[in-house]
Design a protein around this ligand. Structure first.
Ligand SMILES: NC(=O)c1ccc[n+]([C@@H]2O[C@H](COP(=O)([O-])OP(=O)(O)OC[C@H]3O[C@@H](n4cnc5c(N)ncnc54)[C@H](OP(=O)(O)O)[C@@H]3O)[C@@H](O)[C@H]2O)c1
Length: 332
């Protein structure tokens, strides 16, 4: 194909610390190397994108890079035999906006290994309505179920509940028949969370977390987006053989607990890494997202649709934790 010029949200840094994001006009030759070129249709915002573009977190390992950990669109060239021109594909994670130019651009050049075909029943827009957040929620449920989680075991707690991962996790779990307790810092979000399928909504400020190594056993499962004290409390309040999926660190990277939940209650702490999931796992999980984990309320979760020009103004709400639901980014 002739080398097009296109718009990209690119993050620079003069000193490797302070970041300077800006919209630029690029050509394919400016992008990181890859064997597949995608004409982007949609991307989305995840917490990590806000960390990267504001410099609050050190996400990029080299500069400059196009931001955005997600992209969905149409393959326009490929030398990977598994990927054909015209295929509709998703790339989420895989080093986008960390070590490789990412998805906030009209074109992306990636490795064929990173692409997942958009499953029947989803399109590029719905795929990015879910994005890394939805994929990670599904991967967590998948791992928990491989480890014995089932609706009959008892309630599953989801924290960071109004965020992207939390919202989608509540929707997916509820649709699968789980009883879901949402834990949120927002006292005004109860209707939103019950609308997604939460049976109970708890507010962080009202929690009595106790201090004992083992507190009353409450949860059969948990999806943790926060880390820190809340994750420590979860370890202390899990039912025997319960699974905690450790996804995020929006509240902290520390974990202060004891071995008691693990050796006396057989609690499982499952690490979830969406970035480096192998291709076969990605395909299996995306296929589940289009099938038994398909969210029922994605239209309520995707609350903002923006363009590349609007990105900079969208990030602060992610950093201060005031965001609700998901934001998708139109690329063409
Ligand atoms: N392991 C992986 O592969 C993976 C993949 C995706 C995301 N993540 C991580 O998972 C977490 C959630 O991601 P996301 O995209 O859903 O983020 P998000 O949309 O920004 O939502 C995060 C939510 O966490 C709560 N929160 C934010 N800051 C907080 C703070 N300082 N203290 C307590 N609660 C806070 C808020 O929910 P409430 O107000 O409802 O409490 C917020 O809406 C992030 O840490 C992200 O980096 C990890």
């Amino acid at each position: 194909m002739s080398d097009p010029t296109f718009k990209a949200f690119r993050i620079h840094s003069a000193d490797g610390r302070k970041v300077e994001p800006r919209l630029e006009t690029l050509t394919l030759d400016d992008l990181s190397a890859g064997d597949v070129v995608i004409r982007g249709a949609w991307s989305s915002i995840n917490y990590k994108d806000a960390l990267a573009a504001t410099g609050v977190g050190r996400i990029l390992r080299s500069f400059p890079l196009v931001g955005g950990v997600d992209i969905a669109g149409t393959v326009v060239s490929s030398s990977d035999p598994r990927v054909a021109v015209g295929d509709e594909v998703i790339v989420n994670g895989c080093g986008l906006s960390e070590t490789h130019d990412g998805g906030f651009a009209e074109f992306a050049r990636v490795r064929g290994e990173w692409t997942t075909p958009i499953p029947a029943g989803l399109d590029a827009r719905t795929a990015m309505g879910l994005g890394t957040a939805g994929f990670t929620a599904a991967l967590a449920i998948h791992r928990m179920e491989q480890n014995g989680q089932a609706p009959g075991n008892g309630p599953v707690l989801v924290n960071g509940a109004t965020g992207g991962v939390g919202s989608v996790a509540i929707d997916m779990l509820s649709r699968r028949g789980y009883s879901v307790t949402a834990l949120t810092g927002k006292t005004t979000a109860t209707d939103y969370l019950t609308g997604l399928g939460a049976d109970t909504v708890l507010h962080t400020a009202a929690l009595d977390m106790g201090t004992r190594p083992l507190e009353k056993a409450l949860w059969a499962g948990a999806i943790d987006n926060l880390g820190g004290d809340i994750l420590a409390w979860l370890t202390r309040t899990m039912q025997p053989h319960g699974n905690i999926a450790s996804i995020g660190m929006a509240a902290g990277i520390e974990l202060s607990t004891t071995v008691m939940p693990f050796i006396l209650r057989g609690v499982n702490l499952l690490g979830i890494n969406s970035v480096e999931a192998p291709r076969a796992v990605r395909i299996a999980v995306w296929n589940r997202i289009a099938d038994d984990l398909r969210p029922a309320h994605l239209d309520d979760i995707v609350r903002h649709e923006i363009s590349l020009d609007d990105l900079v103004e969208a990030f602060p709400a992610y950093i201060d934790g005031s965001v609700i639901g998901r934001t998708i980014v139109r690329l063409r």
